[in-house]
Design a protein around this ligand. Sequence first.
Ligand SMILES: Cc1cc2nc3c(=O)[nH]c(=O)nc-3n(C[C@H](O)[C@H](O)[C@H](O)COP(=O)(O)OP(=O)(O)OC[C@H]3O[C@@H](n4cnc5c(N)ncnc54)[C@H](O)[C@@H]3O)c2cc1C
Length: 227
Amino acid sequence: MPQTTAADVIIIGAGIAGIATAHYLTCKEPARKVVLVDALLPMSLTSAQSGENYRNWWPHQVMTDFIDRSIDLLEGIAGDSSNRINLTHRGYALATRQDDISELINGLHTGYGTNAADLIRIRDGRDAASYLASLSEKHTGVDVITDPGTIRRAFPAFDPEIRRVIHIRRAGDLDSYQLTIAGAKCIAAEADIRGCAGGHTEGATVCGGSRSTAHRLVRGRARPACR
Ligand SMILES: Cc1cc2nc3c(=O)[nH]c(=O)nc-3n(C[C@H](O)[C@H](O)[C@H](O)COP(=O)(O)OP(=O)(O)OC[C@H]3O[C@@H](n4cnc5c(N)ncnc54)[C@H](O)[C@@H]3O)c2cc1C
């Protein structure tokens, strides 16, 4: 039997983008009725493939600023949840056997834009000690390591032929499953799973705990026009 649901917002897709959108809409403005629709199980398509890494290096400053804002939000969630999402700050290292990385450095300048001069540190070996000492600390910007000896000491598992390393410092990894659970906190307080013929789950009705607002996670494919 087709069911009708009134909603203020319908989000198509329960991947990380849809769940994050639903999270902020329901947490920030709980009076809104939000319906999250997916043809598949939540987090089962592209979001299931993620390497669960993050980094604030992108080829345009707008993207870098956007990601910085996202990392601020992730750090907020980590802080509020005793780091349930296992957010690390160990950085993201790009390694190459090439000596000439001027193109990559130009790309770093484009990505960090007006802040680039402050954020890009060339480590040619003279300040190896300060770079090695900083590895356990939380940092911004990027260390460009051009000294093979420093690379050997900082990254002993790398192939000895690696000549240059770009170590993005506002980067690391996280547990996206736990992030989804944290994100679903406001969406799902109680779930009523409905089965359909054949034993497949047809949908999940999710109610907002003590709030009377109903939020729903619905299995279904969104089409341009309803039949
Ligand atoms: C191999 C790989 C590794 C990656 N590693 C990283 C990484 O380390 N770090 C990182 O930040 N990013 C990474 N990414 C990118 C990241 O995974 C994606 O950017 C992100 O998962 C996209 O999320 P999404 O919610 O937009 O899309 P999806 O997870 O694909 O969700 C979209 C959902 O919409 C549903 N849908 C679509 N159309 C309809 C419709 N008409 N009706 C109903 N439902 C519909 C789909 O079923 C799906 O569940 C990686 C990607 C890949 C492929």
